[in-house]
Design a protein around this ligand. Sequence first.
Ligand SMILES: *Cc1c(COP(=O)(O)O)cnc(C)c1O
Length: 427
Amino acid sequence: METQSGTLFQQAKDLIPGGVNSPVRACKAVGLDPPFIERAEGCFLVDVDGRRYIDYVCSWGPMILGHAHPAVIRAVERAAEKGTSYGAPTELEVAVADLIVRMVPSIEMVRMVNSGTEAAMSAVRLARGFTDRPKIIKFEGCYHGHADSLLVSAGSGVATLGIPGSPGIPEDIARHTISLPFNDKEAVTAAFDRWGPQIAAVIVEPIPANMGVVLPREGFLPFLREITRTHDALLIFDEVITGFRVGAGGAQELYGILPDLTCLGKIIGGGLPVGAYGGRREIMSRMAPEGNIYQAGTLSGNPLAMAAGLETLKRLQEPSVYDLLEKKGQMLFDGLRDAAKAAGLPVTVNAVGSLGSLFFTEGPVTDFASATAAAGERFTAFYRSMLERGVYLAPSPFEAWFVSLAHDEPEIRRTLGCAQEALRSMA
Ligand SMILES: *Cc1c(COP(=O)(O)O)cnc(C)c1O
C-alpha cells in the first residue's frame, strides 16, 4: 500500500541527495524507507500517515525536555515577535554565555556557533593556532562533525555507511589527523612518542556515543589529561552529546576532569541550530576580534536559538532533573538487558543516565572494533520489529538512545513490552 511517507520519499530522492539532509535519516542501514514526520509532542512523534511513535531519537539528543515543550515554544514565539535576526549583539547572548560558564566547570569564555560541526572545527583551529602545531589525535568511532580534519575513521553516519573517510578530503589534510583506538593508553603514548612536538590537541568524546555508547575505562580520561599537559598539547572534550545530558556540567563534571576546550551543541539549542565552544580564558581570548585566530557566523547567537537554548538550560538547573533522567534511563536500559536475557539473546547494554545503547553481542563493547563486531542482521530485525510496534529508534546500531524528561513510566513500560516481543520473536 502506498503511504504518504513513501510518496514524499520518492519526491525527495529526486530533489535531495538520498532524499535526506543528513545521511542516517534515510534508514538505509535497516533497509527501510523513512517515515516523514508531521509533528511531535512530549516523547511522541507523529508521521504524515498519522502513525504515532514513542521517540528515542529526540532529534539525536537535543530534545531533553521533550518535544514542543510549552515554555520553550513560548520563549521562541516571544523572541520571534521582536525580529528573527539582527547580526548585532543581544542581551540574550550574554545570558546564555553566563549560564554556560556557570554550568560547565572548565569553561571561562564561550563562543556561540550554529552546529556541533562548527564547534569542533573551530576548537581544532583554535588549538592549532594556540599551540602553533598541525596534528590532532582523535579516536576511531568518535564523531566530531564533518569538518575535513575530523572525518577520519569517524562514527555516526560515517560508520553506519561503512565509509573509512570521505572523498573530497585531501591527503595533505587527513595526514595531520592521527586516529587511535578509544580506551587504548599504549596507542596514545606511542603517538606522543612519535609526533609529540607536532600534536596540537587530543579531541575526544569523553563518553563516545557515535559508535553506540561506549564508556571510558577507569583512568583513561585522567591519563589523557596528564599526557596532553606533559606534551603541551590541548585536551578537547567534544561534549556535543554529553553536555547537559549526563549532568548539568557534562561528562567533565561527572568524571572530574577539566579539559582545555569543550565543544557543545544539540541540547544547548533546545531544538534550534546551535553549537558552542569554550574553555580557558587564556586560550579563548586568542579568538578574533580579541586575538588573531579567525572564526565568524552571520547567524551565530541568533535570538530564536538563544531563547530556546536559554529556556532549556534553565529547566535543566532545576533540582532533581538529572536524578529523574537517571531513573528513567535505568528503568529503560535495565529493562532492555532483562528482556534480552529472558529471550536468551546475547546483548550488551552500555548506558550512563538517560544515554545508552544496545549491542547484539556478548561484549564487552569498549571501542570501535568491539562495537562493529556487534553490528548486523539482529539489529535490523530488532529495529524493524520495534518500529512496527510504534517505537522509533535511531536506524543504526552506531547511534544512541536518548530518554527525555517527557518519557514517563507508562511509555517506558510500553517500550519494554515491545522490546520483549521483538526480542522473543528473534530468538
Ligand atoms: C552531533 C555531533 C557533532 C556534530 O554536530 P552537528 O550539529 O550535527 O554538526 C559533533 N560531535 C558530537 C559528539 C556529536 O554527537
